[in-house]
Design a protein around this ligand. Structure first.
Ligand code: M6R
Length: 613
């Protein structure tokens, strides 16, 4: 949700913070702000709207200092105005706070503070934290003690950064970082240290990072990092070296991150199956899974838990696992699972899928399954993220940082990872891996590249369809989730209403929507039986005047007479076909969004990581 950045060292913190916030802006972009500590004063500049507004304000009111915090906000408490933008100072202007999360008991705390004379200038729960720390500071020997006392009173979820002035009015030269729920990572430098809500904001300066655990409180100075755990014990957390490439968080000549990330998919998918498949021995080697192999042999059912695009991956995963490993799979939304009474026992594998590894709904659902005895595993893209910490083993997608808010390469790499996982289950449960299972993988990167060859055609098509206000996406079998994903991409990026539907269900209702203004995207891919059925559905749409856009892996000639547009994708093995079929749908959403003038990388109201329920 919100992006957090902190710097302590000898350099000017402001450009470092702005650069980091730029890389974190995908986490929230309702407002942003920066604070630096200088002798005698904390100076802030904040602006509503995108980070560019803050940059413009800083050009008029420059700040500098070697200790500072920055924040980019996804609003929870209070509208996205300047007064609600972080950082928030306490009433005595002696400390500043940035926050990601929700303080659930902020109202009683605020009333208590107001009764004691504290005045509030914003609608946020964060300002309550600032004033609470300040009130404790009056009776605490140092800022760290005041922060710790405050944390013991907070209910809810938070990632917090705090800086302040000492009783002598001098900057204390320290950042306090506290985490309960949303992630926080420390960047370890030489004579300087960093704080971020995820590594993307730090990569330009260091790849050595420490992921804070839930309940940790860290004191970060330019030369040292001290961490105390939730019980107050001093602890050492490992320094991890990330192999993410800093260039990946730049646009590299593309107009938008989304387009760049669409184009990175061949490489990302290849990186995901890369070293995990021994083609000669026909074996799957999943790093970290040896420890759970015995349990995987014994599990009876699988429950996959995810949200949004990751939930669509889960639906494809059900096909893959049931077909390849013959284990029964249920798929649940994280946000629904925990509010029913799921039937879970030790025969259940709960598999959480989350690009960010931070999605609160997915994490809560996975934890709920774990509490009931399930084996907890994860598929995630972010090393060290929370889902990887609560799971016994994680299958990483090697997509690299995904900055565009709409998932593209995260989705296709999740599908590749699920395919590997299904084969691994098959292998560990006594099944044989045949050449036919692996040969499709080797061909996949090329097929993705070929699918991208339709880009110019799709850009041209976007001209024609960008004024439509509704779209219907139809798919069958393993391509039904791809219809859902195509519709979600269009909604997110262009704000056009779109529905994904199982093609066979159209006649049970949605067929009433079809008229000569409704574009219908039909996925005519897959095995012969499914293809023929979809072809019949295409005829039904045509008979009612619908505007057909057909994506197919077949000879397009016979479809050409039915459709306004036919997009050809290469044919790969049926269980891998969704990875290729989704590519033109991503491009269609992208180009329609661009034509409509939408902010495709940062669509309105969304955030990349949804760390609140
Ligand atoms: O990080 P996660 O995979 O857990 O995120 C889940 C969803 O929030 C995410 O997929 C969302 O739907 C994207 N905006 C899709 O493009």
């Amino acid at each position: 949700m919100c992006g957090i950045l902190g710097y302590v060292g000898e350099k000017d913190a402001v450009p470092i913070i702005l650069g980091g916030l730029r890389a974190l802006e995908y986490r929230g972009y309702d407002s942003s702000g920066v604070v630096v500590a200088n002798p005698g004063r904390l100076e802030t500049v904040r602006a509503a709207g995108k980070l560019d507004n803050l940059v413009a304000k800083l050009a008029e009111h420059p700040l500098s200092g070697s200790l500072g915090l920055g924040h980019t906000r996804w609003a929870t408490h209070g509208p996205p105005t300047e007064k609600n933008a972080h950082p928030h100072l306490d009433g005595k202007s002696r400390l500043a706070v940035i926050h990601n999360g929700i303080i659930e008991n902020f109202l009683p705390l605020k009333r208590r503070l107001q009764a004691a004379g504290w005045v509030f200038h914003s609608d946020t729960d964060t300002e309550v934290v600032a004033n609470l720390i300040s009130s404790h500071a009056e009776s605490s020997p140092d800022l760290g003690t005041a922060v710790a006392r405050t944390l013991s009173e907070l209910e809810g979820m938070y990632a917090l950064g705090v800086i302040g002035l000492g009783s002598d009015g001098e900057p204390t030269g320290e950042i306090f970082a506290a985490r309960k729920g949303p992630p926080l990572v420390l960047g370890v430098g030489q004579g300087e240290n960093f704080l971020g809500s995820d590594p993307a904001g730090l990569l330009a300066h260091t790849r050595n990072v420490i992921f804070l655990e839930n309940g940790d409180l860290a004191r970060v100075t330019r030369d040292a990092i001290e961490i105390h755990d939730r019980s107050g014990q001093r602890v050492e957390r490992p320094v991890q070296r990330l192999n993410w490439d800093p260039v990946q968080v730049e646009k590299g000549g593309y107009k938008h991150f989304m387009l760049k990330e669409i184009h990175e998919q061949a490489q990302a998918v290849q990186d995901t199956f890369g070293a995990r498949v021994d083609f000669e021995e026909r074996r799957l080697l999943l790093d970290g899974f040896a420890d759970v192999a015995d349990e995987l042999r014994r599990i009876e059912r699988i429950q996959i838990l995810a949200c949004g695009t990751s939930w669509h991956s889960a639906l494809v995963g059900k096909f893959l696992i049931e077909t390849l490993a013959r284990v029964s799979v249920e798929v649940d939304y994280g946000s629904e699972y925990r509010y029913r009474d799921p039937i879970v026992d030790s025969g259940v594998l709960a598999l959480g899928i989350s690009q960010s590894g931070e999605t609160a709904d997915t994490l809560s659902a996975l934890e709920a399954a774990g509490e009931r005895g399930a084996l907890m595993l994860a598929i995630s893209n972010v090393p060290g993220s929370q889902i990887t910490r609560i799971s016994r083993a994680t299958l990483y997608t090697h997509a690299g940082p995904e900055i565009g808010v709409a998932s593209t390469k995260a989705f296709t790499t999740q599908l590749a990872a699920l395919y590997l996982f299904a084969l691994y289950l098959r292998q560990e449960r006594g099944g044989t891996i045949e050449d036919e299972h692996l040969s499709g993988l080797a061909h996949l990167p090329l097929a993705i590249t070929e699918a991208l060859g339709a880009e110019a055609q799709i850009e041209e098509m976007a001209r024609r369809f960008s004024r439509s206000e509704d779209f219907l996406y139809l798919g069958r079998g393993i391509h039904y989730p791809i219809a859902l994903e195509g519709a979600l991409k269009l909604k997110e990026i262009s704000y056009i209403h779109a529905e994904g539907y199982p093609a066979g269900e159209m006649k049970h209702g949605p067929i009433a929507l079809i008229d000569d203004e409704l574009p219908v995207v039909a996925l005519a891919t897959g095995d012969d039986v499914v293809y023929e059925k979809v072809r019949s559905n295409i005829q039904e749409v045509k008979a009612r005047g619908g505007l057909l856009i057909v994506v197919t892996d077949r000879d397009a000639e016979d479809l050409g007479s039915l459709a306004e547009a036919v997009i050809r994708v290469p044919r790969v093995s049926p269980l891998l076909q969704p990875i290729v079929t989704v590519i033109p749908l991503q491009l269609l959403a992208y180009f329609i969004g661009v034509r409509r003038g939408a902010d495709v990388d940062q669509p309105r109201n969304l955030a990349k990581s949804v760390t609140v329920e």
